[in-house]
Ligand binder design. Structure first.
Ligand code: GTP
Ligand code: MG
Length: 193
């Protein structure tokens, strides 16, 4: 599978569902971890999803149509961003949970973590949430370019054991170099069959 076309469709800011019929793949993770960059890397588009060094950039659900509606990538707002008020944080959380529970077309989630850090409490809570609601998820350790090959391997073990998964099940990625793109696309085509 390759991604040959990608376009922004809509942003959703309130608890309502997007009326599409194609399968959806959500991209979740901490604020600033690289979710939007991940979407740009997969779609080979520099500015499709707005990425930013300022955490908390994505504040809504952003839908991207891939290969002319074959499926959608859904960029979720990041969690764990300390500088927003409690009220705003609750409203994002509500939005994410509403989507995860109600979306009939959600097939699986890419849970993005930073390869340099041990997964946070909120990453593990989200994984538990997925397990509880039977939502399949694939862990992606991104920003691999920041570590040497040897350290990538070491960190992969830490990430895998935190999520109780085998190291082979964790996808390594770098949105900067494109590392991991092929395996991610393979995962998408395997899981959308
Ligand atoms: P929010 O929307 O705020 O939740 O952030 P996000 O998860 O969408 O992160 P975003 O893609 O905006 O990236 C955050 C910062 O990390 C930006 O400065 C990116 O350039 C940088 N970044 C993202 N992915 C990578 C990567 O693979 N390698 C490197 N070196 N930097 C990355
Ligand atoms: Mg973002």
């Amino acid at each position: 599978m390759n991604i040959t076309a990608a376009e922004f469709v809509t942003s959703i800011t309130t608890k309502k569902l997007f009326p599409g019929e194609a399968p959806e793949i959500a991209v979740a993770g901490r604020s600033n971890v690289g979710k939007s960059s991940f979407i740009n890397m997969l779609t080979n588009r520099k500015k499709l999803a707005r990425s930013s060094s300022e955490p908390g950039r994505t504040r809504m659900l952003n839908y991207f149509s891939i290969n002319n509606g074959a499926f959608f990538l859904v960029d979720l707002p990041g969690y764990g961003f300390a500088r927003v008020g409690e009220k705003e944080r609750d409203s994002w959380k509500g939005l994410i949970e509403y989507y995860l529970q109600k979306s009939a077309n959600l097939r699986f989630v890419f849970l993005i973590v930073d390869i340099r850090h041990e997964p946070s409490e909120s990453d593990l809570q989200l994984a538990e949430y997925f397990a509880y609601y039977d939502i399949p998820y694939v862990v992606v350790a991104t920003k691999a370019d920041k570590l040497s090959k040897v350290n990538q391997k070491k960190s992969l073990m830490v990430v895998a054991s935190s999520f109780h998964r085998a190291p082979e099940e964790i996808l390594l990625a770098s949105s900067l170099s494109g590392q991991g793109r092929e395996s991610i696309l393979q995962t998408i085509s395997d899981r959308l069959q």
